[in-house]
Design a protein around this ligand. Structure first.
Ligand SMILES: C[S@@+](CC[C@H](N)C(=O)[O-])C[C@H]1O[C@@H](n2cnc3c(N)ncnc32)[C@H](O)[C@@H]1O
Length: 290
């Protein structure tokens, strides 16, 4: 039994239009419309991890960055402002619309004028943007619990592996993948999702109701029903996720990058020994030199 079967039993509110077989959960525009209300003030959001991320990127000598789940562009914009060269992609045109608008509004700034934004999905990413990849990026970022949007129909998680392989192919030798997921181990254990976290600190998030769908005795999908209340506007949307456990996700990363690849795991952008039970795990994987 597979997670995709589960997804078809427990239907997300936005069924979306598939692009290359990928369901765009943002296609009805509901989540996209309130996304920036949900994440709170952009600067205060990125303030939570900006120094950590930038120091990490600089310590690895990264200059050219590919943001593979840019959404409305929050992290990409922060990196452009910090002097990185950024290429941003996302599968959802409803989310990209906001990034494109920001690029247009700030087109007089050279960094924004040169900002490349493309629609692409992870399952065909390398082929979609081969001409832009050239010799490879110094870093690929997949942040904000984005990767868990990708369901997988196979018990071997073949689609997850395909997507991660595409990320790896977009890196130059020695480049780094920085990718996160919520702490699903804890969500599965408690049945609850923290409404506030380093990414989502908006005072407007009233509630996140969490449902865990078990399929043949195994957790197959986590659905989160968000309730956003702001300025007389109440918005509800549902997003569903694949519940990556830390050990299984680690195993897949190591399989794709090779057992000898450098792998660091952080909790909420801190060393793991500094934090108990983080809301997010962030992995750094380094591609070998040959
Ligand atoms: C939770 S949003 C996060 C956006 C942004 N990183 C942030 O933190 O605000 C997840 C994003 O991943 C994108 N996404 C989901 N599946 C994708 C896929 N298969 N290929 C490309 N983008 C995808 C969605 O369209 C959405 O914009």
């Amino acid at each position: 039994m597979s997670a995709t079967s589960a997804d078809s039993v427990f239907v997300a509110r936005s069924e979306g239009i598939s692009a290359e077989g990928v369901r765009d959960q943002y296609a009805d525009g509901k989540a996209a419309k309130v996304w920036e209300i949900f994440i709170g003030d952009k600067n205060s959001r990125t303030e939570n991890y900006k120094n950590f991320l930038i120091n990490l990127l600089k310590s690895k000598n990264c200059k050219r960055i590919l943001d593979v789940a840019c959404g409305t562009g929050v992290d990409s914009i922060m990196l452009l402002e910090e002097g990185f060269e950024v290429v941003s992609v996302d599968a959802s045109d409803k989310m990209l619309k906001y990034a494109l608008k920001e690029r247009w509004n700030r087109r007089k700034e050279a960094a924004f004028d040169n900002w490349i934004i493309e629609e692409a999905n992870w399952l065909s990413l390398y082929d979609d943007i081969k001409d832009i990849v050239k010799d490879g990026f110094d870093a690929v970022l997949c942040l904000g619990n984005s990767f868990a949007h990708l369901m997988d129909s196979s018990p071997e998680q073949l689609e997850h592996k395909k997507a991660i392989k595409n990320f790896e192919k977009c890196l130059k030798p020695g480049g780094v993948l920085i990718i996160d997921h919520r702490n699903y181990d804890n969500i599965l254990e408690t049945g609850a999702t923290p409404a506030k976290s380093l990414y989502y600190n908006s005072s407007h998030t009233a509630d996140i109701k969490t449902s865990v769908l078990f399929y043949c005795g195994k957790p197959a999908m986590v659905a989160m029903d968000y309730l956003i209340e702001a300025n007389n506007l109440t918005s509800e949307f549902r997003l569903s996720y694949y519940p990556h456990t830390l050990s299984q996700f680690t195993k897949i990363l190591r399989e794709i990058f090779g057992a000898g690849a450098e792998h660091q795991i952080y909790g909420d952008f801190k060393d793991l020994n500094e934090i108990q039970n983080p809301a997010f795990y962030i992995h750094l994987m380094e591609k070998g030199l040959n």
